[in-house]
Design a protein around this ligand. Structure first.
Ligand code: URA
Length: 238
């Protein structure tokens, strides 16, 4: 494993911050100063110190959780948090959710301890697409979706044009799928509310290249190697 990756994974900063640390001579491997960020280390055998502090290697976890309704997307709260659902992972206190879903929302939530990946996936620069399945009040007509497709102005932000399609429409309620690339607070709810169709149910079904599939509510699984590779590639890593 590259020395800069080991340090970034261990929480010593972003990839470029740890490269600087290494080049400045703050890092030793088995007692020798190493100034090459691409230097190969075996995290399980080599002793790496940063400014005298031992680097404890920690395995990275990448999990897709099917968040149930009623859980808060946070690492600490007085109410039930999503972390309780991954508490059987070793040192799960070091994990955190990437982005957030409302307490009453369900669906795909990525949980990891990879800070650099999480930072990029939530940074607006990378425009990671997120797809939601929603049930809204009332009969949703094609022409009403125009504002969502054109982009919408709110007092605190502007929603970029969304991809949206109606799946089913009846007098009382309708089902739709919407893809957005931002992640503002209550964004999807606010968008449908603005066209007069409040959201009754919301489930995230895709996040970047990741799909919820038929993962049961409340359960999690690890990403496959291919999923992780593609996810990292989509935000310029590896
Ligand atoms: N938009 C919402 O309104 N809520 C969510 O949880 C996610 C997106």
């Amino acid at each position: 494993m590259r020395l800069d990756k080991l340090l970034a994974d261990a929480g010593f900063g972003t990839r470029s911050q740890v490269k600087r640390l290494i080049r400045k001579g703050f890092v030793t491997v088995n007692g020798e100063v190493v100034k090459d960020p691409s230097f190969n280390v075996n995290p399980e055998e080599d002793e790496v110190l940063v400014d005298g502090e031992l680097v404890e290697y920690e395995k990275n976890y990448y999990l897709i959780l099917h968040k149930p309704e009623g859980y808060i997307t946070s690492t600490k709260d007085r109410q039930m948090t999503v972390m309780e659902l991954v508490a059987d992972i070793p040192r799960f206190e070091r994990l955190f959710p990437v982005g957030r879903l409302d307490k009453d929302a369900e669906g795909l939530l990525l949980i990891t301890n990879d800070g650099e990946l999480a930072h990029r996936l939530t940074h607006p620069k990378w425009k990671v697409p997120k797809v939601y399945y929603v049930v809204v009040e009332g009969e949703l007509k094609e022409e009403e979706l125009e504002p969502l497709r054109k982009g919408m102005k709110f007092k605190d932000f502007e929603a970029k044009p969304a991809k949206v399609r109606v799946l089913k429409s009846t007098k009382n309620e309708s089902e739709a799928e919407i893809e957005i690339t931002e992640g503002k607070y209550h964004q999807v709810k606010r968008m449908f509310e603005k066209i007069g169709h409040p959201v009754k149910y919301l489930r995230r079904i895709k996040f970047g290249n990741l799909e919820l599939g038929n993962l049961p509510v409340g359960e999690y699984r690890s990403l496959t190697e291919d999923e992780l590779k593609e996810l990292k590639k989509s935000v310029g890593l590896e």
